[in-house]
Design a protein around this ligand. Structure first.
Ligand SMILES: Cc1cc2nc3c(=O)[nH]c(=O)nc-3n(C[C@H](O)[C@H](O)[C@H](O)COP(=O)(O)O)c2cc1C
Length: 213
């Protein structure tokens, strides 16, 4: 297969300053709504990039679980690789790519842990089996084999069920919020002349600029 010949012309939509408005969080909310309504696979999936202590960028997909006061929430294991990176360097980027809509949104900003009460509440809202999964997984550590995970899951499931124990959040699992300092919207256009609008937080206000594609 000749992958260099794969080419797509983007013709679906456009993004102009007037329609975009002054508030990138409001615009993001509208684009997220569009993504959910259009039925794209995992519309809340976003690529989280962190920096390792050695200075290497590291990316993985996580799910957006809340948008509150302009801050983006996600949940994970605090002792995972990303958790350790954020401990040392609490800055990250989040990227959404909605191919079917020919759109990308990029956030950059500072990351803080959510209050324990918020993580408790979200953890309890998760399905029973997912909560057991969080207890079983020491995310990002090496495991001998798949069987070990399945065995531990079955053991905990039986124990919890027979004791009728409620599964509460382990302290190594919880949420983060990214507070954006910049947000960039990309809408694919014809002839590679895409629309890019970037909002940068400057003296407590969003400043909007158009970027060359
Ligand atoms: C669609 C999708 C959704 C995911 N959602 C999450 C999530 O919300 N939280 C999470 O910790 N990992 C999630 N993952 C798994 C991560 O991509 C990653 O494998 C894991 O968090 C370990 O990353 P790390 O070793 O860099 O810390 C998701 C993966 C995919 C493909």
């Amino acid at each position: 297969m000749n992958i260099s010949s794969i080419r797509k012309n983007y013709l679906k939509d456009h993004l102009n300053e007037q329609e975009a408005g002054d508030d990138p969080i409001a615009l993001f909310g509208n684009w997220l709504d569009d993504a959910v309504k259009s039925g794209v696979c995992e519309p809340t999936a976003m690529v989280l990039s962190t920096i390792s202590p050695e200075g290497y960028p590291s990316s993985r997909v996580v799910l957006l679980k809340g948008l509150d006061n302009g801050r983006l929430h996600f949940y994970t294991n605090y002792t995972s690789n990303k958790g350790r990176h954020l401990n040392e360097n609490p800055r990250a980027s989040l990227l959404f790519f909605w191919g079917e809509l020919e759109r990308q949104v990029r956030f950059e900003g500072a990351v803080t842990k959510l209050p324990a009460a918020d993580s408790d509440e979200y953890f309890l809202s998760r399905p029973y089996e997912s909560r057991i999964g969080a207890l079983v997984s020491r995310q990002s550590s090496v495991v001998v084999g798949r069987e070990d995970l399945d065995r531990e899951f079955a053991r905990l499931f039986e124990r919890m069920k027979s004791n009728q124990e409620e599964i509460i959040r382990p302290e190594y699992w919880g949420g983060y919020a990214l507070d954006p300092l910049s947000v960039e919207f990309w809408q694919g256009r014809a002839n590679r002349l895409h629309d890019r609008l970037r909002y940068t937080m400057t003296k407590n206000n969003w400043v909007r600029e158009r970027l060359s594609p």
